[in-house]
Design a protein around this ligand. Structure first.
Ligand SMILES: [Zn+2]
Length: 87
């Protein structure tokens, strides 16, 4: 198995949009769905910003590493063209 890139840090294609807007577009097109919350809502953090992707409070969607990776996956697979997102 050749894994020549396994030590490289993942490079994210700059999209030039807020992640919230990217998520909204990809949710509308059916390419992304919000994750199921890991915890019952009564155990979730009640403070901090709400992440629409994780559906939990505690971090902003703009800081959501999981969403960044999910978007980059779609770009890597050729499903999403970052230059055409806001058309
Ligand atoms: Zn998140």
């Amino acid at each position: 198995m050749v894994r020549s890139h396994h030590k490289r840090k993942r490079e994210f294609v700059p999209i030039g949009m807020k992640l919230e807007d990217v998520f909204h577009i990809l949710e509308t097109t059916g390419n992304l769905k919000p994750l199921q919350p890991k915890f019952p809502s009564n155990l979730a953090q009640k403070i901090g910003e709400y992440c629409k992707y994780h559906q939990v409070t505690g971090h902003s969607i703009e800081q959501c590493g999981a969403l960044k990776n999910a978007v980059q996956d779609l770009i890597d697979q050729g499903i999403v063209d970052p230059t055409k997102l806001d058309d």
